[in-house]
Design a protein around this ligand. Structure first.
Ligand code: GDP
Length: 199
């Protein structure tokens, strides 16, 4: 698993702070508390990798993890959305930054959207999927915390969500169940991301 060699590189709060727009990167999005950090840590086989994204002051930054030894392969953690408490002007800045990143970033090859399997496809999730699909980029949905529902329950949600995504976005968005806790679906998720990174 190439992703196990991921290391923190930098955090960008403005477009000027982004690393050079070369190579391949895959962005991770999700509502706060959906389980995105846990999913990233599980996929990268590290306990604390994504903790850096959660430190105060980093909640509105794009956090870049470099997949070593490659200097031009990155995972990009888009900190959790869905906090209404963020001041309006900050929210506007953030929205514009994200929209511009999705619209113009050449290195971006795909988007992973992490959703709590008990609350899939909320407004913000659809907004992020929309950004990717508008650019012609593929997206992959992780329905995480599948351990909370058991086999039958998570299987049913998977089918529903897959049908919904197919209707809304056609074949550009795929979906799977996942559990960081039970280490479920990690190989499948890593396969998708590695493919997008050209690894
Ligand atoms: P983030 O805010 O999206 O980065 O979410 P975190 O990864 O910090 O997880 C939020 C909460 O959900 C934490 O209490 C985690 O322990 C819990 N959690 C994350 N992944 C799983 C999972 O696969 N199964 C279960 N049962 N809990 C999880």
């Amino acid at each position: 698993n190439f992703l196990a060699r991921s290391r923190y590189r930098l955090a960008a709060h403005t477009p000027a702070q982004l690393p050079p727009d070369i190579g391949y990167e895959v962005a991770f999005a999700g509502r706060s508390n959906a389980g995105k950090s846990s999913a990233l840590n599980a996929m990268c086989q590290q306990n604390a990798l994504a903790r850096v994204s959660k430190t105060p002051g980093r909640t509105q930054q794009l956090v870049f993890f470099q997949v070593e030894p490659y200097e031009d392969r990155h995972l990009v953690d888009l900190p959790g959305y869905g906090y209404a408490k963020v001041p309006k002007d900050l929210q506007a800045h953030w929205q514009a930054f994200i929209a511009g990143y999705f619209a113009r970033r050449e290195a971006l090859r795909g988007l992973v959207v992490v959703m709590d399997i008990r609350h899939p496809l909320r407004d913000y999730d659809r907004q992020m999927l929309g950004y990717a699909v508008e650019r012609g980029l593929p997206a992959h949905v992780l329905l995480t915390k599948a351990d909370k529902l058991g086999r039958g329950g998570s299987g049913n949600v998977l089918l529903q969500v897959r049908r919904d995504l197919q209707q809304a976005y056609g074949d550009t968005v795929s979906v799977q169940t996942f559990s960081a806790l039970h280490k479920l679906g990690i190989e499948e998720a890593c396969g998708v991301v590695n493919g997008w990174l050209g690894l």
